[in-house]
Design a protein around this ligand. Structure first.
Ligand code: SAM
Length: 273
């Protein structure tokens, strides 16, 4: 029996890490756990107060699949922009028929997504109480049980066509991290080379704006007119899309067994005219 690859060594979690955000060992460990970990990997008890926030990637994938069924949209190819370690891409690949492509600016997250996909399983470590870590083993679907998966380093603000236009594009918790969020949405709305006419766009976002990611003048919404980000996004997308569904989806990133980052993303699915 071959040993699963080590996606992230435990010792790395204890070192001073000067990498860019989302590229550090601690961030990669948290996202691996959020994207692939079981409930019992994430919490020390099943009835943890945040347990309902577990399974974010699967819930988003289910929501998109339901929207595809409701709008009778066949999804042969899907594009997961800002995919990080690829958990949502993997969940999508269980029902998308041909291919899921994931891109991210973080080279380490893409390298981990590729390694896990190639080997089908892997191990990584999570911080425990005090200066300890614990190993977590994860497994993904066999190639025969899923669509083809491709992961690449890529920038949401420099999107280029990848073969035929996609049937579905997903921006999960990335719009408030790119330097030109409006431009990113326009690229997907105003031409059909990335997302086809008749395709689906899913935008999930906690609207957590920070000047280190995008200049405040780029943020969706306005302080002057007290326009919330969700309203500004809708005004932008309504010209080219019909709204299929709108909801809030909770997620959780584990820092250690006593500290968690809880978020609720505003999730909309849009059908392109
Ligand atoms: C908050 S994380 C969300 C990860 C994942 N989509 C999720 O929902 O769990 C934001 C991700 O967007 C990536 N990112 C930031 N700016 C990006 C850009 N311009 N293009 C592509 N990915 C970007 C980061 O590297 C990070 O992996």
């Amino acid at each position: 029996m071959t040993m699963p690859p080590v996606l992230l060594k435990g010792d790395e979690l204890l070192e001073h890490d000067t990498g860019a955000q989302y590229d550090t060992s601690r961030d990669l460990s948290k996202y691996l756990l959020m994207h692939y970990g079981r409930l019992e990997d994430q919490f020390d008890r099943r009835k943890h107060p945040l347990a309902a926030a577990h399974g974010y990637c699967q819930r988003l994938s289910d929501l998109l699949q339901n929207s595809a069924q409701r709008t009778k949209t066949p999804v042969a190819r899907a594009f997961d922009i800002g995919c990080n370690v690829g958990g949502l891409s993997h969940a999508l690949s269980r029902w998308v028929t041909d291919e899921v492509v994931g891109i991210d600016v973080s080279p380490r997250s893409i390298s981990i997504a590729k390694s896990l996909t190639e080997h089908g399983s892997g191990t990584f470590s999570v911080i425990e109480q005090g200066p300890f870590y614990r190993e977590v083993r994860i497994q993904v679907a066999e190639p025969s049980e899923r669509a083809r998966l491709t992961f690449e380093v890529g920038d949401a603000n420099m999107l280029r066509p990848k073969g035929d236009p996609f049937d579905a594009v997903i921006l999960s918790n990335v719009l408030d991290r790119v330097w030109q969020p409006v431009e990113c949405l326009r690229r997907l709305s105003e031409s059909n080379d990335i997302l086809r006419s008749g395709g689906l766009l899913m935008v999930a976002c906690p609207w957590a704006w920070f000047a280190e990611y995008s200049h405040p003048s780029e943020w969706l919404g306005s302080a002057a007119t007290r326009t919330p980000s969700a309203q500004a996004m809708k005004a932008l997308l309504e010209k080219d899309f019909d709204l299929v569904t709108e909801s809030d989806e909770a997620g959780v990133l584990r820092e250690n067994p006593r500290e968690y980052d809880y978020f609720e993303s505003h999730v909309t699915v849009w059908h392109k005219r």
